[in-house]
Design a protein around this ligand. Structure first.
Ligand code: F6R
Length: 369
């Protein structure tokens, strides 16, 4: 069942080209138009949406953070992301013009379910992004956009995360198309970029040898930090979560811009820091800002482990190791930059002799509150 891999997690990491491919499949036509007939919410109702709230827990919430960048850019609809267990216990403001997007691999996470129920009672429209056919959250939502990652067995989520991000991009593009926010040519371009992602993930998987070697050499580390900006920030959070969950190593993800507001005090000689770098081809100062963050931590003795786009030479001077991913627009980069961090965690945890599929204290689906 593990398809020749040492664990379900390794198998599922390797399933990711298919998970993204299958989630994209059949959801656009040849002219480059999104076709999401499965979203059975009246398009007129969707046009009235003036606020989006993404609700999820854990890894799924990090997919939600990525979704926020995409949806706000393409649709110009204010989008918040909230942990479902926080949302539930305040008095959130939702009404008939609010679209609540829940993200859940299992479709059974109790906190997410209860948050969706609450939102629906308040009159919000609810869309579920879910990997499990017929599970409770999609059944209790107005509409569902299934991720087609296939069953995820390992407790730590990998392929479901990439599929959730993919589905969120599709939802964002669909809403933008419906509302006329972006030109059809632009939608076509993003779809073309998305369709190239599966083979680029494969390239990352095939080139992971040096990263695995590094992971094995780091099995006695006590703490690893992860930095990113923009969509690299949720990737940093996810990289840290994977390491905590399966390797039981203290790990924290930060928005790189927060460094000087506190976390930089943690940096001393030999502290490993992963940095997720945006594409240098972006027309903003994002890339330069992240490069200077690498420089800052390096100057304080950090071991800088950099994930960057192929051809990005600017990071080399300050990086102890660079792991390149194929060229892709920054907004779509999480589908590539997450993969090395998953592999790092899985390799390090197995070097420590841990069961990566069944980490201690964790259950695959959290059906208690
Ligand atoms: C992390 C992980 C958890 C889940 C979270 C939500 O690897 O698996 O953080 O992402 O418990 O689960 P679902 O997506 O089933 O609602």
């Amino acid at each position: 069942e593990k398809g020749g891999f040492s664990s379900f997690m390794e198998k599922e990491i390797n399933d990711q080209p298919a998970a993204v491919h299958d989630t994209l499949l059949g959801r656009s036509d040849e002219s480059g138009k999104l076709v999401l007939d499965e979203l059975r919410i009246d398009p007129e109702e969707l046009k009235k949406v003036n606020k989006i709230i993404v609700l999820a827990c854990g890894t799924a919430a990090y997919a939600g953070l990525v979704a926020k960048y995409a949806i706000e850019k393409w649709c110009r609809i204010p989008t918040e992301v909230e942990l479902a267990h926080e949302f539930r216990y305040r008095e959130p403001i939702v009404d008939a013009n609010t679209l609540v997007v829940s993200i859940s691999q299992s479709g059974e996470t109790m906190d997410t379910l209860m948050a969706v129920r609450y939102a629906r009672e308040q009159g919000a429209k609810t869309v579920s992004i879910c990997n499990t056919n017929g599970s409770t959250i999609p059944r209790e939502s107005d509409a569902v956009l299934y991720t087609h990652a296939g069953p995820e067995i390992a407790v730590a989520s990998t392929k479901a995360f990439l599929a959730q991000i993919t589905a969120a991009y599709l939802l964002g593009l669909y809403l933008a198309q419906l509302r006329g926010n972006i030109f059809s040519g632009q939608i076509r371009d993003v779809l073309a970029d998305l369709n190239k992602i599966p083979e680029k993930i494969q390239t990352v998987l095939d080139g992971a040898g040096p990263l695995r070697e590094l992971a094995r050499s780091m099995k006695d580390e006590k703490s690893v930090l992860f930095l990113g900006r923009h969509v690299g920030y949720p990737v940093a959070l996810e990289g840290a979560l994977k390491l905590k969950e399966i390797a039981y190593i203290h790990a924290e993800g930060f928005a790189a811009g927060e460094l000087k507001h506190g976390p930089i005090a943690l940096i001393d000689e030999g502290q490993p820091v992963f940095v997720v770098v945006p594409s240098p081809r972006g027309r903003d100062s994002l890339h330069a800002k992240v490069v200077s963050n690498i420089q800052e931590v390096r100057a304080r003795g950090a071991r800088t482990l950099v994930i960057a786009e192929e051809g990005d030479e600017a990071v080399r001077a300050y990086a102890e190791h660079v792991f390149y991913v194929p060229e892709t627009p920054t907004l779509l980069m999480p589908l590539l930059t997450t993969v090395p961090l998953q592999i790092f965690a899985a390799e390090l945890a197995s070097a420590k002799g841990y069961d990566v599929d069944q980490p201690r204290n964790l259950a695959k689906s959290v059906t208690v509150e």
